[in-house]
Ligand binder design. Structure first.
Ligand code: FVH
Length: 289
């Protein structure tokens, strides 16, 4: 018999989590603030609890995936004593501080706590590209590693409960930086009525894919120091070229708001004497603040 699992929250993500547990044969109990959400789960054999307390007592493993930390705290507080001696896995997006507070709250109520960061969108859950970061109780992680594996590759990042959220937010920040740049690039080509799909397939995706190697090199520079002469792309050169990005955007009627902060950062790096260095300097400048 597979571990019975409770999923609190049937938004797009909670529904995908419940579906994956059901597909893997876990008896799956669900609760959602608005009753009757995701009716398609009924045909898959889901058990609907009438209250959070009923949902919690149904399973030794309770997964919560709600909008935010406030909704998690208000939802769980009435079921605090029933959560005792169970494992609570919080897959709601949050900050490292919220995760650490979650661990403290759980410890006060005798609950084993894991905080998680889902690195997937709902359609990816249960598929090969999905992975989920976990931090908090190592014992709970070992106990439920196989259960959690049905959602996506489980990746434990440490006993400090905040570490999953920290790295989740870092990864999402990189993603949104990419999306911001992509939105700007597509606005530029659209200003000349070029085909967005042709530009994306023929040029943008191959270009971003090629640049991924630079991400690895940047991290190595940061950790081990820059290899002399390896870059060929000094910051003074990049700052000078960046003025063209802004000017051309404005000439095309495209708002350069996404680019301006990067331009400022490059200019600052040059003004502070780093013109002959490489992009790793930007990390150091950002981390100082
Ligand atoms: N969907 C995604 O692409 C991302 C992928 C990475 C992880 N995120 C995080 O997952 C959390 C849930 O996201 P979601 O996509 O399921 O969000 P919604 O579809 O908007 O559903 C929200 C659920 O939260 C419930 N809820 C909202 N406020 C409250 C409250 N005060 N008390 C109790 N429950 C609440 C809501 O219930 P209802 O509106 O149906 O009654 C939904 O179940 C989120 O942290 C993402 O950042 C998703």
């Amino acid at each position: 018999m597979k571990t019975p699992v409770t999923v609190l929250g049937l938004g797009a993500m909670g529904t995908a989590l419940a579906r994956a547990f059901l597909a893997a044969g876990h008896p799956t109990t669900v609760w959602n603030r608005t009753a009757g959400r995701s009716p398609e789960l009924d045909d898959l054999g889901v058990i609907r609890a009438r209250s959070v307390v009923d949902a919690v007592v149904a399973s030794p493993l309770v997964v919560v995936c709600l909008l935010d930390d406030t909704s998690v705290r208000s939802t769980l507080q009435p079921a605090a004593s029933e959560l005792s001696r169970r494992t609570l896995v919080n897959l709601t997006n949050g900050t490292p501080e919220q995760a650490r507070r979650g661990l403290d709250w759980a410890a006060q109520h005798g609950v084993q706590y894991l905080d998680g960061g889902i690195m997937a969108v709902p359609v990816m859950i249960g598929g090969p590209a999905a992975f989920i970061l976990y931090s908090g109780s190592a014992e709970a992680f070992e106990q439920h590693r196989d259960d959690l594996a049905v959602l996506g590759r489980p990746t434990y990042v440490g006993a400090d409960a905040g570490l999953a959220a920290l790295q989740d937010l870092a990864l999402l920040s990189a993603m949104y930086g990419m999306f911001g740049g992509v939105a700007h690039a597509l606005a530029m080509v659209s200003s000349e009525k070029l085909s967005p799909t042709a530009f994306t397939d023929d040029l943008l995706v191959p270009w971003l894919t090629a640049m991924l190697g630079s991400v690895t090199r940047l991290a190595k520079d940061l950790e081990y120091g820059a290899e002399s002469g390896a870059a060929g792309s000094n910051l003074a050169m990049q700052a000078a070229a960046f003025g063209n990005f802004i000017d051309a955007s404005e000439a095309q009627g495209v708002d350069p708001m996404v680019l301006r902060p990067i331009h400022s950062l490059l200019d600052r790096a040059v003004a502070e004497g780093h013109g002959d260095e490489d992009l790793a300097v930007l990390v150091r400048l950002l981390a100082k603040n």
